[in-house]
Ligand binder design. Structure first.
Ligand SMILES: NC(=O)c1ccc[n+]([C@@H]2O[C@H](COP(=O)([O-])OP(=O)(O)OC[C@H]3O[C@@H](n4cnc5c(N)ncnc54)[C@H](OP(=O)(O)O)[C@@H]3O)[C@@H](O)[C@H]2O)c1
Length: 307
């Protein structure tokens, strides 16, 4: 079936596969994609009660090929990943399989189908060099841990595959769905009398719904043509995890918890997190003509949605 989407241009509706569709970003993709004339197929490695999910393990290339063939998939949005940054340090093999090999599988399948891969990566590809200005896409990746390194390897594998691709690095993702920093801090600031939160790591939070809207806009309006490459997307602004927590507590009305700034070395961890991983979003805004909400506005929206 074809339909007219833009003056003088006829676009054919297409079938789009979303992987990791029961995670934070995948769940937001489900919400925004309900507005589309395209057919979205939502997949994950496990079922979620009450949610329509095609079971697909993206570490299995034959399984991917079968889904692509059976559903005539022309684009994949990869929201699946190994996202536990601390655990990754001890789980190198699985983290590598999911963050480096699986994206390569998807890229090969899309190359074979002459389709598009939209892949999501991370600000944690940076951090090893002491940057203090927002990171542009062409800045050399210097990961500080296994998670960041495997995500960088995934990007390189996609680029090497020769498939059409849009790689979007994002940061500090939160959503109404799944486990995340906002939900954890909503609980802690409601129940604890005092909380120490690091102020020596600087970045930008990203409401997964805002990122999902951006991915949807690129796909829905066929904006990817001729625009292969890496892009950065987070919300606007800059903060530390301490500032982030202060705003979470304020918007939730949790005013009994004393929130104090502390240093990262007060929380012993196997992984060194980037001290500065702010993403420069100039390229994505210019290329796709999008506007990006300010981080506190989006945080307020998410907390209201959670209420
Ligand atoms: N979370 C962040 O703060 C953050 C920051 C920067 C970038 N990112 C990137 O943003 C993207 C989305 O992150 P997210 O927070 O939405 O992730 P998430 O909530 O952890 O969701 C990932 C989903 O992938 C699924 N999955 C795991 N193994 C799979 C497999 N073999 N095949 C298919 N699906 C599998 C997971 O299932 P299980 O839950 O059952 O494992 C989960 O449903 C990722 O690429 C991540 O690296 C995230």
């Amino acid at each position: 079936m074809s339909c007219l989407r833009q003056e003088n241009q006829i676009w054919i509706d297409m079938n789009i596969l979303v992987t990791g569709a029961n995670g934070q970003l995948g769940s937001e993709m489900r919400l925004v994609a309900s507005r589309s004339a395209d057919k979205y197929v939502f997949s994950d490695v496990v079922d979620l009660p009450g949610v329509d999910t095609l079971i697909l393990d993206i570490t299995d290339i034959d399984a991917i090929r079968k889904v692509v063939r059976d559903h005539d998939i022309k684009a994949v949005v990869n929201c699946a990943a190994y996202t536990n940054v601390d655990k990754a340090e001890d789980d190198v093999a699985l983290c590598t399989l999911l963050n480096a090999k699986a994206p390569e599988n998807l890229a090969i399948a899309m190359k074979e189908a002459d389709g598009l891969l939209v892949h999501v990566s991370t600000d944690y590809v940076f951090g090893g060099d002491p940057y203090n200005t927002p990171c542009t896409e062409d800045r050399k990746g210097t990961p500080t841990g296994v998670y960041g390194q495997t995500k960088l390897d995934g990007e390189l594998a996609i680029q090497a595959s020769g498939c059409r691709h849009i790689i979007i690095r994002t940061a500090w993702l939160y959503s109404e769905f799944g486990k995340n920093f906002v939900k954890t801090m909503l609980g802690l600031t409601a129940t604890k009398p005092q909380l120490n939160v690091v102020f020596d790591q600087t970045g930008t939070p990203t409401y997964a719904l805002d990122l999902a809207e951006t991915i949807f806009d690129i796909l829905e309006n066929r904006k990817w043509e001729g625009n292969d490459g890496i892009y950065h997307y987070s919300n606007e602004g800059v903060c530390s995890w301490y500032d982030f927590t202060k705003m979470i507590a304020e918007y939730a009305g949790n005013d009994t918890c004393r929130i104090l700034p502390c240093h990262s070395d007060e929380f012993p961890s196997k992984v060194i997190r980037p001290s500065y991983s702010v993403l420069d979003k100039t390229k994505i805004k210019k290329t796709f003509g999008i506007s990006v909400p300010y981080w506190t506005d989006s945080l307020k929206k998410c907390i209201n949605n959670l209420k």
